[in-house]
Every structure is written in C-alpha cells, then in structure tokens.
Design a protein around this ligand. Sequence first.
Ligand code: C2G
Length: 434
Amino acid sequence: MKKIITYGTFDLFHKGHYNILKRAKEHGDYLIVGVTGENYDIGRGKLNVYDSLATRIENVQKTGFADEIIVEEYLGQKISDIIKYDIDTFVIGDDWKGKFDHLSRYCDMVYLERTKGISSTKIRNETFNQYDIGIIFDYPYDNDLIKEAKMVNGFEVKNIFCEDEKILDAFKVKYDVENTFDTYDSMIEASDIIFVRCAIKDRVKYIRQALTAGKHVIYDSPATFNSDELKELFALAKENNVILMENIKMVHIYVFDQLLWMTQAGLIGDILSFNCSISKNDSNRSNLFYELSTSSLLPMLKIMGFDYEKADIQVNKDGEEIEFASMNFVYAKGRAIINVGDKIRVDNQLEIIGTKGTIRMKADWWRCKSFELHTPGSNDVQLFNTNFEGNGFKYLIKAMSTMLDNKRITKKSITEEELIKITEILEHVNETSM
Ligand code: C2G
C-alpha cells in the first residue's frame, strides 16, 4: 500500500484545496491530511485564519479523499509524521517549491501545480470588513506596528497625522504610508481606528476627540495621571459604543495566561513575593518611565491583588524627569517590589516566589516569550514558552478583530479597575516626586 501525506491550513475551503487533495490521493492508495492546529498557526504568525480547526477538518473530510486526518501542531512535525506513518510520498502545492526538499531523505517529494486564480487570501480580502488605522504621533518611529497590523485580516495602517510637519514627512518616507493629513479631524474622519502615540500630556485630548467622533482607539498607556479623566474616557467609549484599547501587548500573549494560571490557580502555592525590575533606554521617547511602570504594575495587581496595606515609593529625578523609582507594596501575606529605571539601568527580570514554587522570567520579560518554573526539592526546571516573531502587536490587533467580530467593546484581558488602580499609583508616584 502506497501512503501519501499532505498538509495545509485549508481555511475558507475552495476549489484549489479540493483539487490538490484529489490529485494527492491519485498518487497512492492511502491519503493522510495534516490540518494546521490553531497554536501552530499563531506561532508561525498566521493570524488571518478564519475557520476553526473543527470546520477546516470537516471540510477536508467532506471531500472524501482523506483516509485519515491529523493535526499539525508544531514545527518539525512533518519529519515525525513521515516516520510514524511510514509515508512513501509527500505532496504539496508548488507555492512551496524547494521549501521541503530536505524531506526527500525520508520519502519521495512531489510538488503539484497550484490551481490558478483562487486563494484563501483572495476570498478573505473580498469577504471581510476592512479596518483602516490612522496613527497620531509626535516622534518618527512606528515600533513595527505597521508591519504587525498587516498580519491580521482586514487591518492596515493607511493614515498618519502629526502636528509637526517635518516629523510627519520623515514618517511617511520611512514607512511608506498611503495618506497624510493636514488636520487631526480629517484623519479621524478617514479612519476606523485611531492609534494615539504621543506624550502623555496630549493623550487624553486626542483620545477624547477620536472617541467623540465614534472611532475605536488604541493608545499608549497610561492615558493620563488623573484617574477621573480615565473614567471619563471609559464612559465616553461606552456612550459611543466603541473600543478603547490600551497598547499593552503582554496580556494578549498566551504565555502570560499560563503565568496567571500558575499563580492565580495556586499551582505555586501562596505567593510570598513578587519582584520585578524593568528598564529601557530610548532617548526618542518621553515619559517612558510611566509606560514601564504600567507594564510592571499590571501583572502585580493581577497576581497579588489590589489590597496592599502600605505602598512605600522612592523616586530619583534627573531635572524634571523621573529616572528611577522603587515601589514597595506590603500585602498581608507577601510583598511586591518593583524597580523601574528610565536612564538608570536595572537588570530586567521578574520573579514570583510561592510556597510551592518559583517563577522566573528573564531579559525582556514583558514580551512574555517564556518563563521558568522551579519547584522546591526538584532539580528540574520546567520551561513554558511560545515562539513568535516580532513584538506581539499583531496579537493585540487580533484581539481587537475578535472584539469587532463579536460586537463587544469590553474586554476581560485588562479591566477598567486595573487601569484605574495603575493610574492612582502613578498619581502617587508623581506626588512623591514633587
Ligand atoms: N493550494 C493549491 N491551489 C490554490 C491554493 C492552495 O493547490 N489555489 C494548495 C497549497 O499549495 C497547499 C494546499 O492547497 O498544498 C493547502 O494550502 P493552504 O491551506 O494555503 O496551506 P498552507 O498554509 O500553505 O500550509 O504545514 C502547512 C503547510 O506547509 C501548508
């Protein structure tokens, strides 16, 4: 019996998929089809898959060509499958020509001609809503968000505006964005989503203007140092039935959920200590201190809770700007220490000590690529990780896309209470530094 294997996402099943399965089957007696799993697609940056895994499997099954369907869950699984299922021939479309030649040491390789004029991408572009993003900024760097946003179905940064014409022109040349605008109002009008990236003092004004015009907003967090102003923005978003989304990427990356699971479900016991340090040196950005603080305070509040008994904050300033702060929170049963350096360098790390285990994240821990779990009495260190390229902004856009599909404007990943509490702590930091 000659065994054939082929793989694919088979999203929005079409004639091209049907043809390749039919021809793959003709190459042998028994056809195994590998359908990509959701985690695998997320890992390889394919965030535009529309159909669920169950639907995609069902569509392959309906053709009647597959004798067996398996799920492709990780990079390198193709070699394991060829060995495990004792495959004679690997078949794939010629859009992959040359990419799988290394498999010819395990079985025969056949690249079949693709069906012309049809693809999942084409169907997606014709079928789905398009969301044009407009960015308002005051410095000429995009932090890769233009590239990342494009990876999600229907999203694209098309519009830009900056009060300073020179910065606007530099940005346009550098990132080749389609439209620039003379006024913020005209950019709002032309966009579905506004991304506010500017100094904190201007954020509320720009966010308010976009929300009032009925546009969804993404903003660099914190929006303000005034918790009443933040509450007003939340109310305004609700009134206009639009999404107000903070640019905090970690909560959209699944390793962060694993971290929460470990700590909130009690898997490392009672938490005794939450200790994190963060610093970045980027002379192009003002107020970086507050963004770094937000990234640290959010996991603290999620893991340790809101009910600390005492907050002791020590601040060092360089002129008007905070260059370092050490925030010490005393909880009934534990303690949290957060060290944030803007200009003053500290080693980036996050450590959570529980009665039954310790979690450690190193280097750029706020990117949430991995963490280690150390268990007392065991020399084994368990590693939890996710592989993705880039800075994670695509996952935030994907979360926004899901909210838009579901017509939901509230989210569970970050709550209003958490954001208000963070703003109150930052208010306290500012008072301490006066
Ligand atoms: N295909 C085709 N003609 C088209 C479109 C797709 O012959 N017009 C083929 C592809 O060449 C591939 C199969 O249909 O062999 C599945 O295509 P996709 O769903 O686009 O799969 P892809 O994401 O390319 O995944 O591990 C995953 C695989 O490597 C391929």
